[in-house]
Design a protein around this ligand. Sequence first.
Ligand code: ATP
Ligand code: MG
Ligand code: MG
Length: 374
Amino acid sequence: MLAASSSLLNIPTVIVDVGTQAPAKQILAPAAPHLAHVDGSFSDPEKIRELAAKVDVLTVEIEHVNVDALEQAQRTHGVEVHPAPSTLRIVQDKFRQKEHLRSRAIPVARFLDVAGPAAQGIGEAAAALGLPLMLKSRTLAYDGRGNFVLRDLSQLREALDFLSGRPLYAEKWVPFVKEIAVMVVRTAGGQTFSYPVVETVHKDNICHLVFAPLRSRDPQLYVRAQEIAEMAVKSLDGAGVFGVEMFLLEDGQILVNEIAPRPHNSGHYTIEACETSQYENHLRAILSIPIGPTTLKVPSAAMLNLLGASSDMHELTEFVEFALSVPGASVHLYGKAEYRKGRKMGHITLTADSDAEIRARLRELLQRLPGDKS
Ligand code: ATP
Ligand code: MG
Ligand code: MG
């Protein structure tokens, strides 16, 4: 999606990812022979060096990259790296990220390091923070795959097996009424611009639906959520868009869950629903060109993730054929070769003149969504 935006702005873009048919490479042919895409992993320092030698500005679409290599690219090739490697280092380690946010007075749930022998550390964390307890892997987490909800101490063995050997920390369970998110654009100079506050709905720890904008009877909620999100993003260095995931509590309190230092799933709706998409604004921010308006241009929008439900790609094609007949539905397929259970294969954005219309169209889609009858 970033490649599609860079293509529209005629910004030569080089991609590092495994294989010649990686999704982004399907969008963009190399602009010139010396700008050929790089075949390899974004965690391989050699591949990052290869990329750095070709470009002026380097950005990431995933935080689990090799930060040492990015810092070296900055030093030896003089490339600008956005967001700053120091930001990626903070965000990569969720415990460090939480410590950083807390030190900047950004509201987060109580959390504790699980130091020493894990079983003992978890027991101590449970005594201090109560049950259920959210155990999280500090590193390499996504789609909830590094999380374990400890409901009872008898599950200790199961938790340790699940999180086998990963560095852990514990978070107090948050009884949220809603999960909300704000995409924030940050310029290299530290100016920030918020997109609308959205509601995100997760299923099995994976983002399932996004509703834009969030509806609330409390008009101050939007202001508070955007203020907290901008404060969090201002505390990190470098340019680009950032996704700020938050919990909304019954009493209106907001806690930051985590920050994604890149375009984010909760901002996919911006492609059709906002004046400027998160991808275009990411490019504008990292290239220091004027930021576009972040406002909605439709009354109501929703986003539905297309997750693999089996290994039979046909069920996805059949569903997409139906989705194309739904008014206001825009289908995005990412070009991933293999259809696997739980894999993000694409998404659908719905836009409409009212929330009621959005709900009616979404209902039709959900009734036919493979593996999902909710
Ligand atoms: P991703 O990066 O894909 O958003 P992740 O693997 O980094 O996911 P988190 O965002 O930490 O995982 O958690 C996934 C989901 O688990 C959250 O969206 C929320 O629904 C739930 N969750 C996380 N932390 C807590 C908590 N402390 N209390 C209650 N629920 C939580
Ligand atoms: Mg995460
Ligand atoms: Mg998350």
